[in-house]
Design a protein around this ligand. Structure first.
Ligand SMILES: [Zn+2]
Length: 308
């Protein structure tokens, strides 16, 4: 692919606590604030604890999942007395870091998350964008302690529901397994390392370094699978032990996926796909046992910064 010049990244927002019980991001953001980390080379850094009420309560959210509130519809809904706290908060964040889709929006938005699933470190993003793919490749090449993967949610910007969609470029860093409300040093260190690599990449990019092109493999979301349920809607099975902790291991027709509480084994039927967010704690209420993805290869061009 031909060399491409890309507009500069002048500012980056690093966010944590969008889910109040995912503690790695909360403590990384607080530490950056304590150290008054406002610049990385020529790039300005803003740090935001995005859902302080949920963090204080030690819960994912207080009234609605904040990371489902960044669609155009919710961001433009009128605020009334009955507006939920997180919808209000999403509009404040959109005013501070966006507005989404505008020239004023922050150049790059990174939101830090944890999962209870065994997913290693994942960058999750909506569009295939050269900046994100280059940063992903840079992290993948330089971080060896855990598997590093890319997940693409093929959703148009207007319907993109999570915070990173507010930036001109954006991704979530999702790392697990870590229980909700718990901090683990290994997970903390991996997220810190991925962030340091990102800031390093941004400084090199800003100073005119040119990055080689290449390819990345990304997992593209296909569908979610719910638990089997009885007529009253109660789950009748648990994730099968062969699937548990085996995120990103190819699932083939005939592989066991659930074990009912009476001891029956339920098997997967369908095309070969890759499971992820297997047995994620927060997805019980969303009626999701795991997601399935296709793995695709994307090429990206060599890039360097386009001077203003
Ligand atoms: Zn989260």
């Amino acid at each position: 692919m031909e060399r491409t010049s890309v507009p500069p990244i002048h500012n980056v927002a690093i966010c944590g606590g969008t889910h109040g019980n995912e503690l790695t991001g909360v403590y990384i953001v607080r530490e950056m604030q304590k150290q008054k980390m406002e610049k990385a080379g020529s790039v300005s850094v803003t740090t935001v604890e995005t859902n302080p009420r949920a963090v204080a309560a030690g819960r994912r959210y207080t009234e609605m999942d904040l990371n489902r509130c960044f669609t155009d519809v919710l961001l433009s809904s009128p605020i009334t007395e009955s507006t939920l706290y997180e919808v209000r908060r999403a509009q404040e964040l959109n005013a501070q870091l966006g507005p989404k889709g505008s020239a004023e929006a922050v150049d790059l938005l990174i939101d830090l998350h944890n999962t209870t699933s065994n997913m290693g470190l994942c960058l999750i993003f909506y569009s295939i964008d050269w900046i994100t793919l280059h940063i992903y490749k840079y992290i993948e090449n330089n971080l060896s302690s855990v598997p590093v993967r890319a997940i693409q949610l093929d959703i148009p910007s207007s319907k993109a529901y999570s915070l990173e969609s507010v930036g001109k470029h954006g991704f979530a860093i999702e790392v697990g397994p870590q229980p909700n409300g718990v901090l683990r040093a290994d997970i903390f260190n991996v997220v810190k390392e991925a962030l340091d690599l990102t800031l390093q990449w941004l400084q090199k990019f800003s100073s005119g370094h040119s990055f080689e092109g290449g390819t990345v493999e990304a997992y593209t979301f296909v569908k979610s699978v719910d638990y089997p349920r009885d007529s009253a809607g109660k789950a009748t099975a648990v994730i099968h032990q062969n699937l548990q902790d085996n995120d990103f291991k190819l699932l083939r027709s005939g592989d066991p996926i659930f074990q009912t509480f009476s001891g029956d084994i339920l098997k997967y039927e369908g095309e070969d796909l890759y499971p992820f967010f297997v047995n994620e704690c927060a997805y019980y209420e969303k009626k999701i046992a795991f997601h399935l993805a296709q793995r695709k290869t994307y090429s990206f061009p060599p890039i360097s910064v386009k001077n203003d």
